[in-house]
Design a protein around this ligand. Structure first.
Ligand SMILES: C[S@@+](CC[C@H](N)C(=O)[O-])C[C@H]1O[C@@H](n2cnc3c(N)ncnc32)[C@H](O)[C@@H]1O
Length: 290
């Protein structure tokens, strides 16, 4: 192993020595280690202790499935919290073209993951950083993956719910308490759950017709992605039904002019652009907080 490392180091020095031979070195594969080279430095054991949870890798097919559930694209920034050998972050880059960060507490595992990222040719898109998931800022993530434990998911939940609406969270095996998943996948490879961070709409809103004079008020009651609420006040108040948030998209049914109408809209912080469909008639309202 020592001789091997020495050979690699001398080759790297030779490669760096001249630009002319650098291309040849890259072609010969000297600049990128193989996965075996990475393992020669540190070989992890399934079940080895971790800070808050042991290391057990997610199987390859489930990794792909989790990233598919998140609808991962090259525009995404994927964080795997408790990254182990970096396999989810590496797959996010290799299979989906995403930028990815793995956060791993064990420094040997983090080094191994970074080495695997080089071996897989995605070191430009993947960083495996050594850190504690409860002390690392991952607020720029658009996709968060987890394979932790139920109580660790619950500990992360307030931070996840503060993330940008539409951020996708996918967990292998474990749930988020009473925050129900938006999608479940149960296969022989294991179970995975998807949550889409909902916008925050709790409270009183006034909706005014964009091209007219109609207006009404709604008080929304929100529990994660589920929304109930009351339209108007007093004896004529009615309840909304089937209210749901998918990221910043809101939909619900309400009573308008004595019949059931369907409302769909987009939440932009303190404004909701809402289209209410009553039969064949569509009316656009702008909602602001009352
Ligand atoms: C069950 S493994 C999952 C590995 C990888 N995400 C996967 O699915 O293949 C959990 C990983 O979290 C790491 N870990 C435990 N507590 C941690 C913490 N507080 N911060 C960062 N990583 C942690 C462990 O070392 C282990 O590698």
């Amino acid at each position: 192993m020592f001789v091997h490392a020495l050979v690699l180091r001398s080759a790297a020095v030779a490669c760096a020595a001249t630009l002319l031979v650098a291309a040849a070195c890259a072609q010969s594969g000297v600049s990128a280690p193989s996965r075996e080279d990475c393992l020669a430095e540190f070989t992890p054991q399934t079940g080895q202790p971790g800070k808050d949870v042991i290391w057990v890798p997610t199987n390859d097919r489930l990794v792909t499935r989790m990233l598919q559930m998140a609808k991962t694209t090259p525009q995404d920034i994927v964080y795997d919290l408790g990254a182990g050998d970096g396999k989810i972050a590496i797959a996010a880059a290799k299979e989906f073209g995403a930028t990815a960060v793995g956060v791993e507490y064990n420094p040997d595992m983090a080094k191994l993951g970074q080495c695997y990222a080089r071996a897989e040719g995605v070191a430009d898109k993947v960083k495996i950083i050594q850190g504690d998931i409860f002390e690392t800022d991952f607020s720029d993530a658009t996709v968060v993956t987890l394979y932790l434990l139920p109580d660790l998911n619950l500990k992360l939940r307030p931070t996840l719910l503060e993330m940008k609406p539409g951020t996708r969270v996918v967990s292998h095996s474990f749930m988020m308490g009473e925050w129900e998943p938006d999608e479940r996948s149960m296969t022989q490879d294991g179970s995975a759950y998807l949550w889409i961070v909902p916008a925050e709409v709790q409270g009183a809103w006034t909706f005014r017709e964009r091209d007219g004079t109609d207006a009404f008020g709604i008080v929304f009651e929100q529990a994660f992605q589920h929304v109930t609420g009351t339209v108007g006040t007093g004896p004529s108040a009615t309840l909304i039904a089937d209210g749901r948030l998918t990221g910043s998209e809101i939909e619900f049914s309400l009573q308008r002019n004595g019949r059931t109408a369907k409302a769909r809209g987009q939440v932009h912080d303190d404004r909701i652009d809402l289209t209410v469909t009553e039969g064949s008639r569509e009316v656009v309202y702008i909602g602001t907080r009352s």
